[in-house]
Every structure is written in C-alpha cells, then in structure tokens.
Design a protein around this ligand. Sequence first.
Ligand code: FAD
Length: 290
Amino acid sequence: MKGMLLKNEPLNKYTSWRVGGPAEQMYLPADREDLISFVKSLDGEQVIFWLGLGSNLLVRDGGIKGTIINTRGRLKAMQKLENGNIYVEAGVPCAHVARFCTELGLTGAEFLAGIPGTMGGALKMNAGAFGGETWSIVDKAEMLNAEGTVIQRQKDEFEVAYRCVKTRANEWFLAAELKLQAGESQHSQQQIKALLEKRALTQPTNKPTCGSVFMNPEGDFAARLIESCGLKGYQIGGACVSEKHANFIENTGTATAADIEALIAYVQQQVKLQQQVELKTEVCTVGESL
Ligand SMILES: Cc1cc2nc3c(=O)[nH]c(=O)nc-3n(C[C@H](O)[C@H](O)[C@H](O)COP(=O)(O)OP(=O)(O)OC[C@H]3O[C@@H](n4cnc5c(N)ncnc54)[C@H](O)[C@@H]3O)c2cc1C
C-alpha cells in the first residue's frame, strides 16, 4: 500500500466540533487506485466508515470501531470532461469546486463555496445552501463497494431527499460528474462573495461547530423554534447553543461529545414540549459512548 495506516487515531483532530474518541484504524489513501487496492485487501467483515472534512459529524467519545477511510487532502482530482461535465473526486473541498466552476464560466455550483466539507460529504448529505443543492447539479456518480469494485451509477439510481441521500449498503462515493450551465464568471464571483458575507454575518463561522444541527421542519426553521424556546446561550458542560444562530451548537473549548449529545437531546425535548415540533438531527452521530 502507498497510503498511510494509522492505529488508534484520535478523531477530535478530524472533526469540526473538535470532539470524538479514537478510530481503531484509519487509512489515508495515496490516490484512487491505492484506495481500491486497500479496500480489496480488507476482509469482508470489517466495518468501513468514510470521513471527509468531519464538518457534519458527531463522533462519540468512545471512538469508532473498524476502519476509517479518510479522504481529507486525498482523492482530489478535478477536471472538465469532453462532454462538458465536471469530474470531481470525493476528497475535493466544496469551496474548490465552486471556484473551479466559476473560473470556467459555469454557473450552478456557487452555493458550494461556503460549505466546509468535501464533495464526498456533500454527495452523501445532499448539502445545500441559499437555494442551491448538491444533487441538483449531479449527473452521475462513481461508487466504490466493500469488495473494491468501482460502479458507475446514474442520478436516478439514488433516493435523494433534504440533507439525505440513500446509498446501497457498503457503497461509497469515489467521484461525481456535475452538469452545470454556461454562466458569467464575474457574476458567479459576486454571488459567492455575497453568500460568504451573509454567512459570516449570520453564523458563528469562527467557532468549532458542525453547521446546522437540526433539519428545518416543513414550513418552519429549526433556529426560529429553538430561539423561541429561549435556548440561545443554553449550555451543558462545554457545549452551548450559539447566541449568533440558534441552530448551531458551539464547543466553547472543553466540550465532550457526550455534552453535545446531551444538549441536542435537551433542545429536542424543549422544542417538543414548548412548540409541539419534533426536531430531527441533520448531523450524523457515530461511534461508541464511553
Ligand atoms: C460552519 C459550517 C457551516 C455549514 N454549512 C452548511 C450548509 O450551508 N449546508 C449544508 O448542507 N451543510 C453545511 N454544513 C455541514 C457540512 O459542511 C456538510 O454536511 C458537508 O457536506 C459535510 O461534508 P464532510 O466532507 O465534512 O463530511 P463528513 O462530516 O466527514 O461526513 C458526513 C457524512 O458523509 C459521509 N461521507 C463522507 N464522505 C463520503 C464519501 N466519499 N462517500 C460516502 N459517504 C461519505 C460520512 O460517512 C458521514 O456519514 C456546515 C458545517 C459547518 C461546520
């Protein structure tokens, strides 16, 4: 193998919340072919978990058993194809995709500029912002399964919903082809600038968070409901409901995953009690408790 295999690697280094226990083992592939060989070398019983930039993950304090495939800084090929589509590997940061498309005079990917994750994470989460959504620009996806087989899939083979995409068991995103419209570079750049300014104004972008913790319920906003329950600033251990945006939970510096999980449960309980709405989490919670 040309990549790096780490044992007992602390995951708080890899999540935007800066919490999480160790990974039993973590593989950092050298490239796509190396990753395929590595996955083929695993026995079929291994639990595999793919990690992007960890910007939508709550890893519990006991860590994750099994093998983590870390695409951060790996799988970063991106190119314009002859059919006009943009081929993007899973490890490319969303912001790079937005910039690349803008520079090519293509429009539709601007919303990706402010999403602090990888293309793989955006595909899995159907990440979106300010009216844009990942799967509205996907044409096809390239998957890798647990046997190490690469499978090309068309968009209509996926069940796509709000912040959630159903993939087949033991299949992950290696890359995608994006279909964008011809646009005007300067206009896209201005749009990106405006989106980033709006984010900085309304979200605690300089604090350790995972973005929006809860999905917006139909016809309403999770942030509005949480704020109306008087929960802004409410704290459990080192985890605190953001004063700037009520749908964000900040790690004030000492939070454990257990603090964050307890705060999530408390917010859900209060919103149910006071507003009769069941908030569902957008963030993925994984791993073992201590
Ligand atoms: C400040 C801030 C702002 C944010 N704003 C937004 C926003 O506006 N809109 C939005 O939608 N999200 C937002 N997020 C959340 C997050 O950035 C997105 O969900 C992003 O798509 C996650 O990408 P990631 O690479 O960090 O994935 P990770 O957090 O590493 O993983 C998330 C999930 O995707 C899976 N996954 C990762 N890579 C792959 C792969 N290659 N194949 C299969 N599964 C994979 C993981 O197993 C996990 O289940 C924000 C987060 C932060 C911290």
